[in-house]
Design a protein around this ligand. Structure first.
Ligand code: KG4
Ligand code: ZN
Length: 345
């Protein structure tokens, strides 16, 4: 059988990434230049800075992906690039690079949906999942629940009506004076706290498999303002310095418990309804140990977790998805590839 090496390119948010994956399953390289330290001082991603950093990092990252894979352009059978969703300025750097390379190097090009690709991180581990596959995709930009019956055959079961869960973690961390990214820093603070101290109500959504996080985010702000001795008029940036470390830890623990509960409620409901052959959790929030613990407590299924480097944004997942796109004949001309910042599943 012919081997197929796909070069993946990912620039949807604040990581400049390139990777080479063979046959959608074997990772030959996975290079990520993270901008996390640049954005950390602003407490979140600054789109203009992200785009500029992609321009600087793109070429060296692609070269490093080829070098690490010990391949030259002759060995590359196709280029897969994230075409959305994401930040427009960031996406454009990746797609323009991929389109140019596809033309200059004369390679087939594939435009990839970043959210779908997160699920494909699971094809890069030892035992890939089997269909039907229930996927919970949770990151700073996405909160989706999807049922895959095959590679090109899936149904979106539910999604967030407002903020993504990772975004809620990031905003909650900012209120509590904890560093970006919020997920890990809230998890760390929560280990010192008691989740029973504050009670946050879980959102109700018309579609029982949808998610909502803006109410929880506001509830956390109100509880923190109160803990700081103020009311809803206390500016959010003044809250962190007026609460004690114990209050911060309890707020973090209570917030985290509710945020996770909402995810697991929906996942369990979908699991009971569809009885899939496998379940995967994709995206940066899959790194959450409390989330993993809650899932294993409530669902009678073994969930394979890819290493952290494949849960957060990376290009190997784009290349893996690209391989199946190639097999499905989804090649697109470099002239016709359209960048879509709000591309949905
Ligand atoms: O997939 P990702 O790297 O980027 C996006 O596509 O958004 O996900 C980043 C998100 C951030 O919001 C971060 O707070 C969250 O993943 N995250 C976590 C953890 N590690 C990262 N959330 C909860 N617990 C964690 N340990
Ligand atoms: Zn992502």
């Amino acid at each position: 059988m012919l081997l197929m090496n796909i070069l993946g390119i990912e620039t949807s948010c604040d990581e400049t990434a390139a990777a080479v994956v063979r046959d959608g399953t074997t990772m030959l390289s996975n290079i990520v230049a993270s901008q996390i330290d640049i954005h950390q001082k602003y407490g979140g991603v600054v789109p203009e800075i992200a785009a500029r950093s992609h321009i600087e990092a793109m070429q060296p990252v692609i070269q490093e992906a080829l070098d690490t894979a010990k391949l030259t352009w002759d060995d590359i059978d196709g280029i897969a690039v994230t075409r959305g969703p994401g930040l427009i300025g960031s996406l454009l750097i990746g797609t323009l690079t991929a389109r140019t390379l596809a033309l200059v190097k004369n390679k087939p090009l594939y435009g990839i949906n970043h959210v779908e690709a997160h699920v494909y991180a699971n094809w890069l581990i030892d035992t890939p999942p089997t269909f039907p596959l229930l996927a919970l995709i949770v990151s700073g930009g996405h909160t989706q629940l999807a049922l895959f019956r095959g590679h090109e055959d899936y149904e979106l079961l539910g999604q967030t009506q407002d903020d993504a869960v990772g975004e809620a973690f990031d905003k909650a961390a900012k209120v509590l004076g904890l560093p970006y990214p919020g997920g890990p820093s809230i998890a760390k603070a929560a280990t010192q706290g008691n989740k029973e101290v504050y009670t946050f109500t879980k959102p109700k959504t018309a579609n029982l498999l949808d998610f909502s996080y803006s109410g929880l985010k506001t509830a956390l702000l109100r509880a923190a303002q109160k803990a700081a001795g103020g009311d809803h008029t206390l500016p959010s940036h003044q809250v962190a310095s007026r609460i004690t470390d114990a209050q911060r830890a309890d707020l973090a623990a209570s917030f985290q418990a509710t945020a996770i509960d909402v995810l697991v409620d929906r996942l369990e409901k979908a699991y009971m309804t569809h009885r899939p052959a496998s379940v995967v959790i994709a995206g940066g929030v899959a790194a959450s140990q409390p989330l993993r613990d809650a899932i294993s407590k409530r669902l009678d299924v073994t969930v394979p977790y890819p290493p952290m480097s494949l849960c957060t944004d990376n290009a190997a997942m784009i290349a893996a998805r690209g391989y199946f796109a190639a097999k499905a004949g989804q090649q697109i001309s470099a002239h016709n590839l359209v960048t879509d910042p709000s591309l949905s599943m």
